[in-house]
Design a protein around this ligand. Structure first.
Ligand code: CMP
Length: 145
């Protein structure tokens, strides 16, 4: 069964010119890009999107980072898209990713723990929420028809 996930190339990914490499990896890995949008996110938008992290000490720094420049937001589709995209991007702490997952996207472009270059929905529930947050009308699973 095909499913969809939300991917974001974060500000450091865009400013570091990794967009084309990341897009190539996405397509070579069998995903299709269903829709995409380049946006400079507002503080309110990021605050709502990352609401689950609002009590963390790094929250203000996360908001600063995610509003520091444009981001590329994509809906990716393929069988097992949610888990496979998380595997492809590598661990959150990309300093570790460089050692344990040297072929991951984060190992390629990461700066530090905060600036980890890409986002991927971490579960079916997150994917459903995050896709409809940016793309109302796109569901995580296709309508059976
Ligand atoms: P992600 O796991 O996609 O979503 C939460 C983000 O917060 C994470 O990517 C990083 O960009 C950022 N983040 C996580 N941990 C820290 C930290 N300790 N300090 C600063 N930023 C962090």
């Amino acid at each position: 069964e095909n499913e969809r996930t939300l991917a974001i190339v974060k500000p450091d990914g865009i400013s570091g010119n990794y967009t084309i490499s990341i897009t190539n990896i996405i397509l070579q890995s069998g995903f299709t890009i269903q829709t995409h949008l380049t946006l400079h996110l507002a503080q309110d938008t990021v605050t709502t999107f990352y609401a689950e992290h609002s009590t963390k000490t790094f929250f203000p720094s996360l908001i600063n980072y995610m509003t520091s420049g444009p981001v590329l937001i994509m809906v990716l589709e393929k069988v097992n898209a949610i888990a496979d995209w998380r595997t492809l991007i590598g661990p959150t702490d990309a300093r570790k990713a460089k050692i344990t997952h040297p072929h991951s996207i984060r190992a390629m472009c990461v700066e530090d723990l905060r600036r980890n270059c890409v986002h991927g929905s971490d579960s079916h529930e997150s994917a459903a929420r995050e896709i409809s947050f940016f793309f109302p009308g796109y569901a995580v699973i296709l309508d059976p028809s």
